[in-house]
Design a binder for this molecule. Sequence first.
Ligand code: CTP
Length: 429
Amino acid sequence: LPWTEDVSWLLEKSLAPESICLLRTLGERAEKLGMRAYIVGGIVRDLFLGRDNLDLDIVVEGDAPRFLKSWEKDGLRVSVHERYKTGTVVFPGGKKVDVATARREFYEFPVAQPKVFTDSLKHDLYRRDFTVNAMAVSINQSTWGVLVDFFGGRRDLGKKILKVLHNLSFVEDPTRVLRGIRLEQRLGLALEDNTLRLLRSCVRGGLLVRLSGFRLRSELELSFRERFPYPAAKRMEELGVWEVLFPGLRLGETGRRTFRRLGAFLGRISRDFPDFRGRQWLAFFSALLMESPENIRLAAIDRLNLPESERGIVVKCLSELGAVEHELGGRSGPSNSQIYAFLRDADPAACLFWSAATGRWRVRRRILLYLTRLHRTSSLLKGRDLIELGYGATPRIGAILEKLKILRLDGILENRDDEVRYVRYNFPL
Ligand code: CTP
């Protein structure tokens, strides 16, 4: 068939042996149940681009719930959405696989909840966003590694273009405007001429205005979670997306510079802040707003309908920059322990924002010092060491450890012996 091609060599070359083994297992099971299974979407696209992609999306021609439930007998954790005929199975080692039933979605009117009908792979692929995302590779034993490419995704990857499958793509799902821009920048593709025209008319036609705050927030989060969010932000501005989403917003020179610095600092921030990745986008969002007047900022924050915790971080980013500069900008101080005490209760996303937004290098250097090193400093002695030294298990131990930490931050106590000596002398038993 003209739209198929054997790419089994590419699977073997690009995927880790464990992934191959998992795919073969999935394919064998599908075959046994009389279904056909495919990997689809981003993972296929990224195979051709030589990019790692750990998201395993499977589509079956058959019935995904039945396919999924068959793994329950093997003792695996399975969850099923009967209504959408989709679900997830978790393999030993924690690998999560999403499985959907090949389906055709029928959009009654723009931005409606899609209704689900069981149908063939071709229809399933046709309802997707871009040709490069609408390829599938068979994982059944008998057809292992056969690429199914009805819409020329492979050709478009070769031409380095991002092209919609049909003219209603953005109307059916306006979040594709943001996805398109994100993918274009991340993958180094260019929006194809007609696609760009459709995207522009979606922006001008006001379809983005109707997106819910939640969906918009999710897309922005994804955009600002990219490794380098700046190029997409710049492209959004060029295409008038920001103006439509947040009327009156002004991304000036300071905002741009902050954006670029945020991208550059990201890689340096310790990975040990819990859930920092999930909140880093708030720093970028703050950068987007920082040069706009108060009323525009507040309207933008309201537009996203953020949960209180996230809203609080953005407001703090924007309102406390001056105070942070005042506190951390001294010529000779503050000491490390003072920096620590000042920043310890702030969200790391806010710290990151301040470090990028400030024009004062001392402030920037001190915040980065906190984010890379100071935040994880602790005393060398632990609670149980103090108990061994004869201290009772009382709150006093906490106070001693806190004191040791401060002295260590400031370089006054350098090693364990220093700490033992200090404790014995200053906190008599
Ligand atoms: N998709 C779509 N329209 C959307 C979102 C997703 O058509 N608004 C389709 C695309 O074909 C995409 C697939 O659903 O490939 C899976 O979506 P997702 O996992 O979000 O995208 P990926 O392409 O895998 O992108 P990423 O690499 O950012 O995860």
